[in-house]
Ligand binder design. Sequence first.
Ligand SMILES: *Cc1c(COP(=O)(O)O)cnc(C)c1O
Length: 242
Amino acid sequence: MTHKRFATYTTMSSIAENIKVVRERIEAAARRVGRGPEEIKLVAVSKTVDADRIKEAVLTGITILGENRVQEAEEKVMSDELRVTVSKVEWHLVGHLQTNKAKAAVRLFNLIHSIDSIRLAEEVNKQAEKTDKVQRILVQLKLSEEETKYGVSEEDLISLLKGIKDLNNLKLEGLMTIPPFFEDPEMTRPYFKRLREIRDKVEEAGFKLPELSMGMSNDLEVAIEEGATMVRIGTAIFGERR
Ligand SMILES: *Cc1c(COP(=O)(O)O)cnc(C)c1O
């Protein structure tokens, strides 16, 4: 490698550069639909990412980290390398949660995006109660027929929300969805639009659900145009996963 070529990269790391690009994408999409970029929270999804690169992201201004597995998050939070870094940021669970991991999840995460059954909600509430925590949650909706995707169905949503209302150690803040993957991000639009419409309908029934967690690296613009308040971005910040 020539010295000159190397020097090109010394002013800004690739992660810093990637975050800058993602923030520009968020801002442009928000402006297009008359929203302010400050309305959209960037969750940097750090699954499979090593400690050095996570630190770098936090140094570059990332304030929310997302993980999809409880155990991986736990290893990171407990590690000597990351404990201090992680204590300064919010930590979100964006992946599926099993009831037998609820206790650890309550200990680790500021916000759980993936509540999808009353059984899971009750278990998280019970664990939160034990430590006097009010656990912030989102309810994950399943809007496609894919068998591999978790989430409550639209028809069961209201009864789940009613059940959650009775659980005093949960604070419900909104809804989350993961559409099927499409190469063409425009194909995800109907799912994001649907999540917003369902939210609006449910709010008329008296629930307050300000947060919409939707949009990933490939389709964050479409999600923001349709009302996302949290985008979950992995690849566009940290590069392709192994
Ligand atoms: C991995 C993951 C993301 C990030 O996906 P990218 O396409 O890498 O941005 C977002 N949400 C969930 C639930 C994930 O598991």
